[in-house]
Design a protein around this ligand. Structure first.
Ligand SMILES: *Cc1c(COP(=O)(O)O)cnc(C)c1O
Length: 364
């Protein structure tokens, strides 16, 4: 049986008629950028996160981070704390603005180790960026407490955590901005690039909307040097369809994860640790193994696809050589890079497919 690490076709096929209808509606409308589809999606997406939230659609998840950080006035000379094992985009969201990413090691949940944040704060620290990696969620009580105490902004990178909750409260609603990617493989995926920023502060969202459109609030009047990072009508219309099913999408992923949790019994494999108070959405199901590379080859022979999220931690990437880090600076992040493995997890995965993966893992 051939099983891919991830599949995007099945989620489309589940509600194909609705997606096609939305796409045709946009094609026939004659209006393709910043129109009523984007307005409607922004309104829905804000409302999903609760009363009092505003939303700005942007071109992708990286821009959601870049524009949110910029709208907070964070830049040259400022430091932003972020976890060492995150996807590169979190870090670029900071550094593209000229600010310096300061890395903190992850805990056993692969989330930022809350107990190590305060030691990383300096008088240049302006914000903490938490990343709800793999669809797990950080201890937001402790993190919001630290940010309040030290008067720091809180940015949530929710690219992997649509609908995740901490004690019943949704990811993205804890701080000054929640930044989302709708890259096709994310839990809430568009059919191309797309992203969004949500915030309880309408002024921040207004700033993001100005920056995303050439720094222009009023057409042809430019307040700041902005960028072109608009969400387009097509993606917004398709995302409105996808959002109708966020409950189903999440529950199905949680069910798949629960079966993996129960049935993977091989002691050579460390399963993800659930956190009390967390409602995980399993963007990835990430195991760890000291024999990770051997495991990949073994699974490949059985035609089971896997992905490493991520093989090189940001502080050791060539792009961040200028920060002056060296191997050994973040031993936990580095060990995770050597041991993590995302096994097949996607909406539409059949019981037979999952059992085949489980049997293979247990026989390793
Ligand atoms: C995918 C992702 C992003 C960036 O999203 P894009 O839409 O690909 O730009 C940012 N942060 C994390 C953690 C991600 O997984």
């Amino acid at each position: 049986m051939k099983i891919m690490a991830n599949r995007m076709d099945l989620g489309f096929k589940m509600h194909q008629d609705e997606y096609e209808e939305a796409a045709l509606r946009v094609l026939r409308s004659g209006w393709y950028i910043l129109g009523k589809e984007v307005d409607a999606f922004e309104e829905e997406y804000a409302a999903f996160h609760g009363e009092g939230f505003s939303c700005a659609g942007v071109a992708n998840g990286l821009d959601a981070l870049v524009l949110a950080v910029r709208a907070m006035g964070i830049g040259e000379g400022d430091e932003v704390i972020v976890q060492g094992n995150t996807y590169i985009a979190s870090v670029m969201g900071i550094s593209i603005n000229g600010a310096t990413p300061v890395f903190v090691e992850p805990d056993e949940h692969h989330q930022i180790d809350v107990s190590k944040i305060e030691a990383a704060i300096t008088d240049r620290t302006k914000a903490v960026m938490v990343v709800h990696l793999y669809g797990h969620i950080c201890d937001m009580d402790k993190i919001t407490g630290i940010c309040k105490k030290h008067n720091l902004k809180l940015v949530e990178d929710c690219a992997q955590a649509h609908g995740a909750k901490w004690k019943g409260k949704l990811a993205g609603t804890f701080g000054d901005a929640g930044c989302f990617s709708f890259y096709p493989s994310k839990n809430i995926g568009a059919f191309g690039d797309a992203g969004a920023v949500i915030s309880p502060d309408p002024e921040l969202i207004k700033k993001v909307k100005v920056i995303r459109n050439y720094g222009s609030g009023k057409r042809y009047y430019n307040e700041v040097v902005g960028v072109n990072s608009r969400l387009d009508e097509m993606q917004a219309a398709l995302l409105s369809v996808r959002m109708k099913y966020i409950g189903e999408i999440t529950e199905e992923r949680r069910k798949i994860a629960a079966v993996y949790n129960e049935k993977i019994t091989n002691p050579a494999i460390v399963k993800p640790v659930q956190q009390e108070g967390g409602y995980e959405v399993y963007h990835q199901y990430v195991i760890r193994s000291e024999r990770r590379d051997e495991l990949i080859e073994y699974l490949k022979e059985k035609e089971i696809g896997t992905i490493i999220h991520y093989p090189v931690p940001p502080h050791l990437q060539q792009a961040y050589e200028y920060l002056g880090h060296k191997k050994g600076d973040l031993p936990i992040s580095e060990r995770y890079a050597d041991e993590v493995l995302s096994i097949p997890m996607y909406n539409g995965m059949s019981d037979e497919e999952q059992q085949y993966v489980i049997d293979a893992l247990n026989a390793f």
